[in-house]
Design a protein around this ligand. Sequence first.
Ligand SMILES: O=C(O)CCC(=O)C(=O)O
Length: 270
Amino acid sequence: MVRVAKSWGMRAEHHDDLAEQVRRDGHCILPSLFPKSLITEWHRHFEPRLRSHIEREGHAQNRGGARYYVTLPFEPPFADPFVFADPDILAIVDRLVGPDTVMCQLATDTPLMGSDYQEWHRDAPPLFPEWGRETPPFQLAVNVPLVDVTERNGPLETTRGTHLMPRDEALEKVRRGEIPVERVLMHAGDVMIRDVRTIHRGTPNRTEESRPMVVIGYSRRWLHRPEVSIRIPRSTWDHLDEEHRHLLRFNQVVTELGQETGEVYQNFAY
Ligand SMILES: O=C(O)CCC(=O)C(=O)O
């Protein structure tokens, strides 16, 4: 595939600004980071995966009706360092969760026609619940939509600054309307980096087309999230550079991917 280099080179100050946005607001957007051709290719490979997931375990409905969480196989086109080790993403991730980050998740969230509003939630519990205060970031989700996200096809709704508050206080402020709700509209190729503690929810997809959102998880170097993991075929591992292996170091290397296994990330809302 021909890859068009990013037309805008980011400088360190830009990385600093975007990291600061995530620290303050809970998320930032990097417009047009990836070429449309790459996103189209991922989408083409994703749709059959989604259909077989729905056949196998669609009955679980654990993200809400007509809404699916599907782990991507760590093989082409998804096992692509051009995406998971993008230097701008990693520069911002590094500023937020420290050096030596661990990539722990490569998956998708997809609402279809018939989906509804999710409960407001976080994607991770606090590190120290007994402390009653929040810590600096420790877990990030990098979201990459595989289609344009519009008002009609189920945009994520998020709230600024709620990752810095105790969960119940944040939920109460959102419910009382004291913190505005923002719908995140994006183009295919845009990227959102978010602190997973920010209070957010999925909204209904009112179109006939799926709205897949890739989620790449990065954690602090000492954090293990047992709900998510990546199984890496030995043949892929053997061809990765040392720096990419380092990023993926806590994941399981398997002889081959073989049969698809059921999703273990069932309880998702904290
Ligand atoms: O619609 C989305 O992508 C959000 C889904 C979500 O927040 C979740 O399932 O945890």
